[in-house]
Every structure is written in C-alpha cells, then in structure tokens.
Design a protein around this ligand. Structure first.
Ligand SMILES: Nc1ncnc2c1ncn2[C@@H]1O[C@H](COP(=O)(O)OP(=O)(O)OP(=O)(O)O)[C@@H](O)[C@H]1O
Ligand SMILES: [Mg+2]
Length: 249
C-alpha cells in the first residue's frame, strides 16, 4: 500500500490545493486511521443500543412503554401541593441517578394520581440514554405466562427476558388475586432481578401492609433497601380534572 503521508504522497498533494484558511482535519495517515477507528467504535455502540432496544421490544411484542403513557414526561407533569412536589422530585432524581446504583421504587396510591405518568417519565428519561425499559401489568404478565404453557414452552425463558431489561416496571400489582403458581412466578421474577442488581418499579393501589401480603416480607425488604424509594400518591384523581366535551345533536 502507498504511504499517503510520504513526500509527494496524496496528503502532500492535497495540502497544496487546500484553500488558505482551511485547516485540514487530518495531518497524517495515522490521524485518519485513528479517526476512522473512533467512528467505527461509536457506530458499534449505537448498533448495540439499537439491538438491545429491539430485543426488549420483542419480549412483549410491543414497545416498552404503552401508547397511553408514551408522551408522559417530567415537563408535562403538573405539580400542585406538597405531596405531588415530593413525588415529582423523587421520581426525577431516581431517573437522573439511574445506573449509579440498583435501587428500586414503589409508587403506591389511589387511581388516577399519576403513578403511571411519573413511572413513564422515568422510563422515557432513561430510554433516551440508551437503556431498556419495560412496563407491564401483572394481568398482562400472567397472560403471557399462561400462553408460554399453552405453546408447550416454559416460563423460564420469559423470566430470563424480563431479567435482561435495565428497568422493569410492574404495573397494577394487586389488582387481581393471583393463584399460588402465579405468585411463585412473580416472586421468582422480582427475586431474580433484585439478586442480579437489576431494579424493579412497582405501581400499586395497595398500601404498605397490603403489598407485603402480596409480595412477602423478603421481597418488600429488598425493594426498599439500598436507597429504594417508596412514594405515597395520596391526593385526588387527576382524571376528574379532565373536561369532557359533550356533543349535543
Ligand atoms: N400531575 C399530573 N400532571 C399531568 N397529568 C397528570 C398528572 N397526574 C395524572 N396525570 C394524567 O392523568 C391520567 C391518569 O394518570 P395515571 O395513569 O398516571 O394514574 P395512575 O395513578 O397510574 O392510576 P391507576 O391507579 O388507575 O392506574 C394520565 O393521562 C396522566 O398523564
Ligand atoms: Mg396506573
């Protein structure tokens, strides 16, 4: 191969025709090579992130955050009252510190208080950093588990997949009474994630005592240890604020 930076080489010839004032990006073949390698490395990181995202989306056959909450951010969360301010601040700092530890969070409170909104805001924030997020309701999860059995498979690969995402948010924990088998799977899933230092978010209408009855003391302890966040959403439903337009014929 010809040495492009040798006297009379391509680089020297190129320098002669470069207009005055234009600074060449590279002064030697080594610099050009280093630049190419750096660009290649950056592209490889991008491809890895895209692959991770695609894999996370394949688990449930949809994107990690459902359409309804895809546009929920910290910017469009309206704060009124001390409780909401605290919830907002805790959720935002959880998102900003994501990746530095492996703490989990529980958002507990009555319907329409914005648990999904702030959870999706966390998810959307960390998705932008190339992390993977999955929000799944327990009824939906149990449906998937049953369809694994129906397809003659086991739930083990589903649990493996759910353990591979950076943040798994379990929604509607406690809305239905799970069977003994379903409880075992739920416990296994949370236990496995926490043991491998992967955080879990829990959204629930249950209070502390009721949630402990569903998840057991051990998992409750682990969810709230190591800087785990518990936020009570104890204000009225936001849904009441929405004005419905009545079309009168
Ligand atoms: N403080 C807020 N600012 C802006 N929008 C909000 C706020 N709180 C809730 N909302 C909106 O109200 C709707 C209901 O909120 P969300 O789905 O987060 O409630 P939830 O606490 O998860 O309720 P549920 O327990 O019934 O699941 C959503 O569209 C959400 O974006
Ligand atoms: Mg909800």
């Amino acid at each position: 191969m010809k040495n492009i930076s040798a006297p009379g080489g391509a680089l020297e010839r190129l320098k002669k025709i470069i207009p005055a004032g234009v600074v060449p990006k590279f002064n030697s073949a080594a610099e050009l090579m280093a630049w190419q390698q750096e660009e290649g490395r950056k592209r490889a990181v991008e491809v890895d992130q895209l692959n991770l995202k695609a894999r996370a989306e394949k688990i449930l056959g949809r994107s990690g955050i459902q359409d309804l909450h895809r546009s929920c951010t910290f910017a469009n969360y309206l704060v009124s009252g001390e409780g909401q301010r605290k919830a907002f601040t805790m959720a935002k700092s959880y998102a900003q510190n994501f990746g530095t530890g492996f703490s989990s969070f529980v958002f507990s409170g009555s319907p329409g208080t914005g648990k999904n909104h702030l959870a999706a805001a966390i998810g959307n924030h960390i998705l932008k950093q190339g992390k993977t997020v999955l929000v799944v309701t327990i009824p939906d999860l149990m449906l998937r588990v049953r369809s694994c059995y129906d397809d003659g498979g086991s739930e083990a690969s589903l649990i493996n997949d759910l353990c591979s995402v950076d943040l798994l948010i379990l929604d509607e924990v406690g809305v239905q009474r799970e069977s003994r088998g379903e409880m075992v799977i739920l416990n296994q899933l949370v236990d496995r994630r926490l043991a491998s230092m992967k955080p879990v978010g829990v959204l629930t209408n249950l209070n502390n005592i009721e949630l402990e009855r569903v998840l057991g003391v051990r998992i409750m302890d682990r969810l709230t240890m190591d800087g785990g966040v518990w936020v009570n959403f104890d204000w009225g439903s936001y849904r009441k604020n929405v004005n419905f337009l009545r079309v009168v014929k």
